[in-house]
Design a protein around this ligand. Structure first.
Ligand code: AMP
Length: 366
């Protein structure tokens, strides 16, 4: 019996799209990626439509080539997603995308759903920022409402003297001011929900950021925060009637969780799952959007993931680390750019910690 091949369209053709395609090709799925960059790194494993996300002719051509659409980043114009959604199914729903694109909308949704989040206020001008600082207190973090990722568009305000500089750095864009959280650790929960509502959670990740960019994640087995994190993410899944992978980033303070942000897509803090879980986040996302049964999300080993940012060590050096697996995204080096990652797997916490430290040393040397 022959069945029709499902073609998944992905908005964006960076490393997340590339890993989605790499996971889906063995299942018989095919991929068309839309991205204005001619050298986008997912192009080697998919059909690449080169064009702007806001260009109707491009969107119409793209929609005609695919059975279902998903996306690898939040900043796709809302009108474009809505235009596509009138022609083909879009998963996760455009409503989830809209909520995550604007930090104020996102945090307001957290409040509506009873998900604890740092105190926040929308800010539209310097006077408003001063008033918000009086209300929230210092230290606080100013973040642009849209287009912020990897710490871009963010400033920590420690003293009144920092206010003007922070506002200037935001470049006049609408912002939110939020309490600076003295967290004990940052964690994230990654979850997948299928078209029929079947839901599977991955073990949480403990994340280390520097300069606002994720540096490494350790997969935590049997963590005491697992069930509370799952409970918070479940509220979002139910609210959106969600389909696909969702990540919720959380601060842990005095044993309690507060949501920082959600990502309606596969997430950097879930990359360990390629080697560390029964089914990777990438495979489960494409299974979900294609309407296929989901795979297990349990860990098959202990694991940790290290990002290669700005530069990438030699493959031979990475692969000489016991239990390490390399993912080179094939991107041109540029300061602050995520060029690849490595996951180290082991059968004990000690073995993974040793491998993680070796990988971190490589990131410092290269
Ligand atoms: P974001 O772009 O909101 O994910 O922020 C990037 C990183 O900046 C986070 O992972 C934290 O390490 C840090 N950060 C963001 N917001 C806060 C906050 N309100 N308090 C303390 N650290 C924060």
């Amino acid at each position: 019996m022959t069945t029709k091949t499902t073609t998944i369209g992905i908005l964006g053709a960076g490393q997340l799209a590339r890993m989605l395609a790499l996971a889906g090709l063995p299942l018989g799925l095919r991929f068309v990626v839309l991205d204005p960059a001619p050298d986008a790194c997912a192009a080697v494993v998919s059909t690449h439509v080169v064009g702007g996300y806001g260009d109707r002719e491009t969107l119409s051509r793209f929609a005609g080539m695919v059975d279902v659409v998903t996306y690898e980043f939040e900043n796709v114009p809302a009108e474009s997603v809505n235009y596509l959604a009138e022609r083909v199914p879009v998963y996760p729903s455009p409503r989830a995308l809209a909520a995550s694109r604007d930090r104020f909308a996102e945090k307001s949704l957290f409040v509506e759903l009873g998900i604890p989040t740092p105190k926040f206020i929308a800010v539209d001008g310097l006077d408003g920022l001063r008033a918000a600082v009086s209300e929230i207190g210092l230290p606080a973090v100013l973040k642009t409402r849209t287009l912020g990722y990897d710490g871009k568009g963010q400033s920590v305000i420690k003293r009144d003297d920092d206010i003007e500089g922070a506002w200037a750095r935001a470049g006049g864009a609408p912002c939110v001011l939020e309490t600076f959280v003295p967290f004990t650790r940052e964690i994230s929960v990654v979850v997948v929900r299928g078209r029929g509502g079947e839901t599977r959670f991955y073990p949480i990740g403990e994340n280390t950021h520097s300069g606002g960019i994720l540096r490494h994640t350790v997969c935590c087995l049997d963590d005491p925060a697992q069930s509370a994190a799952e409970g918070l993410a479940s509220r979002l899944l139910e609210h959106f009637g969600y389909v696909g992978v969702l990540a919720l980033e959380l601060f842990e303070v005095d044993g309690k969780l507060m949501a920082n942000e959600m990502a309606p897509r596969v997430h950097n803090t879930g990359h360990w799952s390629i080697e560390g879980a029964q089914t990777s986040q990438f495979e489960n996302h494409v299974r979900a959007v294609a309407g296929l049964p989901l795979g297990g999300t349990g860990a098959v080993c202990r694991s940790a993931m290290v990002n290669f940012i700005g530069t990438i060590p030699d493959a031979a050096e990475v692969l000489s680390v016991d239990g390490a697996h390399l993912h080179d995204y094939g991107k041109a080096p540029r300061p602050g750019r995520k060029l690849g990652h490595a996951t180290v797997c082991g059968d004990s916490e000690g073995a993974v910690e040793a491998g993680l430290n070796e990988l971190l040393r490589l990131t410092r040397n290269c």
